[in-house]
Design a protein around this ligand. Structure first.
Ligand SMILES: Cc1ncc(COP(=O)(O)O)c(C=O)c1O
Length: 396
């Protein structure tokens, strides 16, 4: 037993939780076990909660900007854990990564320009490009033998042909779980450098990699790639504080940073969330031990699912994740009809997952499952899925 108890089930109902309290609004039913949106069912450890409570007890929550304690905590985390140094002026605190991606799209591209992504990928990438009237250019990841690889030739060709000005990199990759190798990142970086393409590296999942893998931050690659680099980092996945709305966007090059900040100003955003900043500084200073234990626990959840499926449902293929707490399952061995799959998951298994179709056209027979929950919930989910498969009504 470690210091922290991740088996504890905290009832999240009636907290306006997007995951637990919006079944009726979003799915038309309230009997679903939710393992969809990427937050966790684990409470913060006491040492961080105490810092937040202390600030709450002060009672005044006026405008707040990051001071030295915040900057020090952020810098120390990335220096200790990811091997690069952040200079104070490089960082812009924003309310989120998706918001920051939207700013980057406005800052570095014009209407009609191409923005390249690698589907299947976190769906707000696609939506944000479209909603800003830019062109989605897809460099589809290659799926072979249950593993995903980058198609570099296609990446280069599309950048040249489709007037691409910005690349949205997801590293580690949601939902396929790849932790990109240095050689892969360098090849992408070279192509972008040659073609004058900005890179927004969304590294929000960087603190979650499984044993045997190492997250390589884009910031640790050769400095020649930094001029057009926007590094999206956040404590929100790592410490389960998405509702506190903090992201740290690190931009070393001054001109690139000014373009980003101009869009931030134009959007009317200035001071950030006071509790978000308190939680962030505290988590980066005191949360390391909790995170290490949590990662062990998540690896246990992954083992459980892997073994369960192998034993009971070999027709479902688990794409072995190298990072993230999001598991990507291939159901093409179960059905070739995506409506049948949706019926199985929602109506029969009563699970609320993220359907593969929202990550891209080619993955309609996949489901993404969030494993950041106490083991009992994961066991329950597997049992519901198994029961539904065994009793599946193909006729509907
Ligand atoms: C790759 C990726 N980027 C960004 C986000 C969301 O970040 P934010 O809440 O800061 O917009 C998520 C959440 O799941 C994600 O998976």
């Amino acid at each position: 037993m470690g210091k922290y108890n991740f088996d504890e089930i905290v009832d999240r109902h009636n907290t306006s939780s997007l995951k637990y309290d919006f079944g009726i609004e979003r799915k038309g039913r309230d009997d679903l076990l939710p393992l969809w949106v990427a937050d966790m069912d684990f409470a913060l450890p006491k040492e961080i909660l105490d810092d937040i409570k202390k600030r709450v007890d002060h009672g005044i929550f006026g405008y707040t900007d990051p001071k030295d304690d915040y900057k020090k905590a952020l810098k120390s985390w990335y220096s200790r854990r990811h091997g690069f140094e952040i200079e104070d002026e490089w960082n812009t605190v924003t309310p989120g990564i998706v918001y920051s991606i939207a700013l980057a799209i406005k800052a570095y591209t014009r209407e009609g320009d191409g923005v390249i992504i690698q589907q299947p990928v976190y769906y707000p990438f696609t939506e944000t490009i479209k909603l800003n009237n830019r062109k989605v250019v897809n460099n589809q990841l290659l799926y072979k033998d249950g593993h995903y690889e980058i198609d570099f030739d296609d990446f280069e060709e599309k950048i040249k042909k489709e007037n691409v000005k910005l690349f949205l990199l997801c590293s580690p990759h949601n939902p396929v779980g790849r932790v990109w190798k240095k050689e892969e990142l360098t090849r992408l970086a070279d192509i972008c450098l040659e073609n004058d393409v900005y890179i927004f590296a969304d590294e929000i999942h960087s603190d979650f990699v499984y044993k045997g893998y190492q997250h390589i931050s884009f910031m640790t690659l050769d400095e020649k790639y930094r001029d057009k680099l926007i590094l999206g980092t956040a404590p929100t996945k790592t410490f389960n504080i998405a509702g506190l709305q903090v992201a740290n966007v690190i931009i070393p090059n001054e001109a690139t940073r000014q373009l980003f900040r101009h869009e931030n100003d134009a959007a009317g955003y200035s001071q950030g969330s006071v509790l978000g900043m308190v939680a962030t500084a505290s988590a980066y200073n005191k949360g390391e031990e909790w995170l290490e234990e949590l990662k062990e626990y998540l690896a246990g959840n992954l083992d459980y699912i892997r073994n369960y499926l192998k034993r009971n449902h070999p027709e479902i293929r688990l794409i072995e994740p190298e990072g993230t707490y999001l598991i990507w399952l291939d159901f093409s061995g179960f059905t070739t009809d995506r409506r049948e799959l949706a019926h199985l998951i929602l109506d029969e298994a009563k699970l609320w997952l993220d359907a593969g179709i929202i990550f891209g056209e080619e993955t309609a027979l996949f489901e993404r499952i969030n494993i950041a929950s106490p083991r009992k919930i994961i066991e329950q989910a597997m049992e519901q899925l198994s029961f539904a498969i065994k009793n599946h009504d193909r006729q509907r």
